[in-house]
Design a protein around this ligand. Structure first.
Ligand SMILES: Nc1ncnc2c1ncn2[C@@H]1O[C@H](COP(=O)(O)OP(=O)(O)OP(=O)(O)O)[C@@H](O)[C@H]1O
Ligand SMILES: [Mg+2]
Length: 385
């Protein structure tokens, strides 16, 4: 019954999502092909006559070069496909710092307030290292571009996170950080200040920090105090924006493409992610199983293949030995293909997935527009090109 659900999902591709969605987000475990899939979805949308913008994060250098976005400009640039598309493909690389700075400019209470924050060391560190910041900034930039209304579809890549789930928590994490929960944690005795200083930080903390400014490490604490003081007036604006970002993601025209490889750990992550999407009322476009071993012909049957290998390997003839080796390889590839299919089946068992597309493992890395076109074709037709 439930495996029928997956068989049914296999009948569908991402074609309708590529045609209708306004926002597509690729997500999945590290290294599975999120960036590649995002770029290929952009190509597919342009091929369908849409004006598509791909927001990539940290693409492989050669792919970035092929798309003409190897320089960090934070601005969309037009990508010319080898065979022209009916629509347009645009791409840009996300620059976290620029996006974060712009966000500060927008929400700061005054120009001085914005300047103070941007020169604060805590801010400089936070904006590049706080877990979830990249994800949040990707969403923030997405919102900004969506508001601009210049593209039919925005395809968003997500950063390599520890867990794909991190990304859904990013807006909430950002606001709770600004609410000061992390600050309270940092100021717990011993965590940051060391030797009893932390215990004195609380009411009147700022005054204390000023006095203790000569103590090593205190400048840091001062920066931290300044940071939270400067941020105070911006909290509401940030929270409102985070809510808007979540609302945009919840829109039925925003859809998540969950990317996985056919191995159990990323498949488990894909399953968690799909379950989480459902709980959160977010919409899945489908699952892409990337780098799948293409199926090999069913003939000869496994048993006759084994018999042939056995027979040939007993021969002294070098050609027979070589043939035995080749047939053994064929058997291995066949086993791998069926194991992958079984793992996909058991990991995604029982889930209602709108579409499930296998993308074959290609001969080399996907670093040119032709490679993207090949994947785009498979994503929308379900077939190999
Ligand atoms: N179907 C495929 N066949 C062969 N190589 C592929 C395929 N899909 C992706 N690759 C290659 O795998 C590598 C990882 O892909 P990609 O950068 O898209 O993964 P990612 O999920 O974005 O990784 P990260 O989590 O680090 O951001 C790249 O070198 C890419 O060219
Ligand atoms: Mg990537």
């Amino acid at each position: 019954m439930s495996s029928r659900k997956l068989d049914e999902a296999r009948q569908h591709t991402l074609e309708s999502a590529v045609r209708d969605a306004h926002v597509l987000v690729t997500t999945g475990a590290g290294g599975v092909g999120k960036t590649t899939t995002a770029a290929a979805l952009g190509v597919a949308a342009a091929r369908q006559g849409r004006r598509a913008l791909v927001l990539t994060i940290d693409p492989a250098r050669r792919l970035a070069q092929a798309m003409g976005i190897d320089e960090l400009t934070d601005l969309p640039s037009r990508v010319e496909l080898e065979t022209p598309a009916e629509g347009e493909l645009w791409a840009m690389m996300l620059d976290m710092q620029t996006t974060f700075d712009r966000l500060i400019d927008r929400h700061a209470t005054s120009a001085k307030n914005a300047r103070d924050i941007k020169s604060n060391r805590i801010y400089r560190t936070l904006s590049s290292t706080l877990s979830g910041t990249q994800e949040y900034m990707a969403m923030e930039r997405l919102h900004e571009l969506h508001d601009a209304g210049e593209w039919d579809v925005l395809v968003v890549d997500t950063p390599p996170t520890r867990s794909a789930l991190d990304f859904l928590d990013a807006p909430t994490r950002m606001t709770s950080f600004l609410e000061g929960r992390l600050l309270r944690l940092l100021l717990k005795p011993g965590v940051l200040a060391g030797r009893g200083v932390g215990r004195m930080v609380g009411a009147g903390a700022t005054a204390f920090i000023r006095v203790a400014g000569r103590v090593t490490g205190m400048e840091l604490l001062q920066d931290l105090a300044d940071f939270f003081r400067d941020f105070e007036g911006m909290y509401e604006g940030f929270k409102e924006r985070a809510d808007q970002v979540l609302a945009l993601l919840r829109d039925p025209d925003s859809r998540f493409v969950v990317v996985t490889s056919p191995e159990p750990p990323p498949l488990r992550e894909a399953r968690f992610f799909l379950e989480r999407l459902e709980q959160e009322g977010l919409h899945a476009a489908g699952v892409v199983v990337n780098r799948v071993q293409p199926e090999v012909p069913r003939d000869p049957s496994a048993s006759s293949l084994n018999r042939a290998v056995e027979g040939l390997s007993q021969s002294d003839d070098a050609a027979d030995q070589a043939a035995a080796g080749t047939l053994r390889l064929l058997a291995d590839i066949r086993n791998l293909a069926s194991r992958q299919r079984r793992d996909v089946g058991s990991s995604l068992y029982g889930l209602g997935i709108p579409a499930l597309v296998d993308v074959p493992l290609l001969g080399g890395d996907v670093h040119d527009l032709d490679g993207l076109d090949t994947i785009a074709w498979t994503l929308t037709t379900g077939r190999e090109r």
